[in-house]
Design a protein. Structure first.
Ligand SMILES: Cc1ncc(COP(=O)(O)O)c(C=O)c1O
Length: 427
């Protein structure tokens, strides 16, 4: 029954029963972790063939010895391969080291301190530098802004993607807004995919905001589908090309959740102007990326259909974990008025919203019985969820059985917090 409709006596009966279950879990000394979106051991093992795949042949297609210095933009064959992930031309795609987050940090730091179009264009010349942050969103994006002293403005996330009406109004009115974070396919944490209309309006933003504005298009889950019917994403580059806003767009991706999370390959795509400017900056940091790893990835992934079959193998491993979470939430919490959640068709997360004001309490209750959840608030700028509702669940890393136990424990914590909240209201 919906929690709204329960009398105090009924609430008390339910509270006693849930409390008993909660105390039972306490005795189990659980040590479970649903915090970070990491691939599990079986997933990383799918790419074990990377080890030794070169068999002593270190020559790239053009004869480059990949063991040596150089090649700042990445191997040509790696650019060709990973441009397929981002849906971009190889000549607009740079392939780098293992982390796309590094590329994102570098891009923002460069625009802030040196300027994408020379020193006069540096955002840091202005008193205030602000960024739009669709929320809930990815904590590490927000951490980059906070670390670099960029003020964050939260924008609500809708089913269609970020609220574009609000965004268009804000960028029109405030030239100190220099960019926006986007995880356009299987967003972290909602799992949503931006609608065609949203992608088109984002591509158009440069015309409203001006040259100084950049779109940080972090397509970390570009090909990470769980089901064949997962919604596709409109290619933003084609639309930016149509509107003449190519210089406003930076796209990112990596193989962190394709091959090895700690030893993959990251890539960035942007206009030729931007790539030239950025590479001049990167040249101060490195003589060239790890081309040996790039070549290993090319040999492993560049066969026809390999990317698709490889991603299907990932999905076959983690789909069961997602279904375990969603099934438990549906069975135990559907129509109970204790929260709502996303049912993603891809990506790495399930986003759960408690009743307002309860997320922190649920996380605390879970921690007390040995179930670690991402801290409430982490999905918002400055770690502050004004409604205190959002909790990010990351089911990929633990064993399936542990996901089952952790989700059941989570459900009990949600019930306990919700029932106690209603009892408090009714007294
Ligand atoms: C949206 C998003 N972007 C980037 C990353 C990290 O990417 P990388 O491993 O390439 O640095 C993550 C990892 O969870 C993520 O969720």
């Amino acid at each position: 029954m919906h929690i709204d409709q329960l009398s105090v006596a009924e609430l008390e009966i339910q509270r006693d029963s849930v409390l008993q279950q909660y105390n039972g879990l306490k005795e189990l000394d659980l040590a479970l972790d649903l915090t970070r979106g990491k691939p599990c051991r079986e997933q990383v093992a799918l790419s074990d063939a990377l080890d030794g795949i070169l068999h002593g042949n270190y020559l790239a297609e053009n004869g480059t010895d990949v063991r040596n210095y150089g090649g700042l933009g990445g191997l040509a064959e790696a650019r060709a391969l990973f441009s397929q992930v981002l849906n971009t031309p190889p000549e607009e795609t740079l392939v780098a080291g293992n982390s796309s987050l590094t590329l994102m940090y570098n891009t923002i730091d460069f625009a802030l301190t040196e300027g994408l179009r020379g020193p006069l264009s540096a955002w840091g010349n202005n008193d205030a530098v602000k960024f739009l942050c669709p929320t809930p969103g990815y904590d590490r994006h927000f951490a980059i802004c906070e670390h670099l002293g960029i003020e964050m403005i939260s924008v609500p996330m809708l089913d269609s993607g970020p609220d574009m009406d609000i965004i268009e109004t804000l960028v029109k009115e405030d030239p100190s807004i220099k960019g926006i974070w986007c995880v356009p396919r299987f967003s972290n944490p909602t799992g949503g995919v931006y609608s065609n209309e949203t992608v088109e309006r984002i591509a158009h933003l440069g015309l409203i905001a001006g040259d100084h504005f950049i779109i940080m298009w972090d397509n970390a889950y570009a090909i990470h589908t769980l089901y064949d019917d997962a919604p596709p994403l409109m290619p933003v580059r084609d639309l930016c090309h149509k509107y003449g806003t190519m210089d406003n767009l930076f796209q990112f991706g990596s193989t962190s959740k394709i091959t090895f999370a700690g030893a993959g390959v990251a890539f960035l795509a942007s206009s030729k102007n931007n790539l030239t400017a950025l590479m001049q900056h990167l040249a101060f940091q490195t003589i060239g990326p790890d081309k040996v790893n790039q070549l290993r990835h090319v040999r492993f992934l560049a066969n026809p259909d390999k990317l698709a079959t490889h991603m299907a193998a990932h999905a076959a491993i983690i789909r069961l974990r997602f279904e375990c979470v969603i099934d438990a939430l549906e069975q135990e919490l559907s129509d109970r008025g204790m929260g709502d959640w996303s049912s993603p068709r891809g990506g790495y997360f399930v986003s759960f919203n408690t009743l307002p004001g309860l997320a922190k309490n649920v996380v605390k209750l879970a921690e007390s019985i040995g179930v670690k959840l991402t801290p409430a608030g982490a999905t918002f700028p400055y770690g502050d969820d004004p409604q205190d509702t959002n909790i990010r669940l990351a089911p990929t890393f633990p064993h399936l059985e542990d996901v089952r136990v952790a989700t059941n424990a989570f459900v009990i914590c949600v019930k306990l917090a919700s029932i106690e909240h209603y009892l408090h209201l009714k007294h």
